[in-house]
Design a binder for this molecule. Structure first.
Ligand code: ZN
Length: 210
């Protein structure tokens, strides 16, 4: 078994091991690329997160053209959207305010779907953009995610990745790697939740983060 050593969101200087599955290093991307028939996927990531590596590798296996920009070059996004068939932008919450500002003055960006990566400490931001949020436990490791039906509700509703074991303790979520070789957090993650009994149309269990 091989592990990737990735930075922790809460402390980029700290490193955490992550054991990716070879088939789906970034498990939610195949779902959205296939469903939306995306022609070109654009990623904008801070360099230190190392998200670009997982992003590009996953998208290439799907046969979809991919472009990646470091966050420092985010000013190029409107030009790329104007000149290329970008169907979706994947970025982190750090770059969301800049993307929102650009969308307010560049009309073609308003038709895009934005796929935004949150840290466990962050919560979705209400926005006029079409946004699908997902929470990564470490960069590239999807813990909680939204399908499009859930995202359209614009609430703090998420599905839990089947990639991990989830334990419900009071109202705190505990997560363990499926190989049980690495615990992501010795302390509970800052994910407090309420279970929703009604399942999502996509069939996944729904939790409301609080
Ligand atoms: Zn769903």
């Amino acid at each position: 078994m091989s592990a990737h050593i990735l930075p922790a969101f809460d402390s980029p200087q700290a490193l955490k091991p992550f054991f990716p599955t070879e088939k789906e290093p970034w498990e939610t991307l195949p779902l959205f690329v296939k469903k939306k028939n995306v022609q070109l996927l654009l990623g904008v990531f801070p360099l230190w997160t190392q998200l670009e590596r997982s992003f590009s590798r996953t998208v290439r296996t799907l046969g979809v053209p991919v472009l990646s920009l470091p966050s420092e070059r985010i000013a190029l996004v409107p030009t790329l959207v104007r000149d290329l068939p970008v169907g979706k932008i994947v970025a982190t919450s750090r770059d969301l305010p800049a993307l929102e500002r650009m969308s307010s003055t560049h009309a073609p960006m308003r038709d895009l779907i934005f796929h935004i990566v949150l840290t466990p400490e962050e919560r979705p931001i209400i926005s006029s953009l079409q946004i699908v949020f997902e929470v990564h436990l470490v960069p590239g490791a999807v813990g909680l995610f939204q399908c499009e039906a859930l995202a359209s509700k614009k609430e703090l509703l998420f599905h839990l990745s089947s990639r991990f074991y989830w334990e419900f303790e009071d109202q705190t979520l505990l997560v363990t790697d499926d190989a049980r070789t690495a615990r992501f957090s010795q302390a509970p993650l800052p994910l407090h939740y309420k279970k929703r009994n009604a399942p999502c149309p996509c069939g996944h269990q729904v939790v409301l983060l609080i």
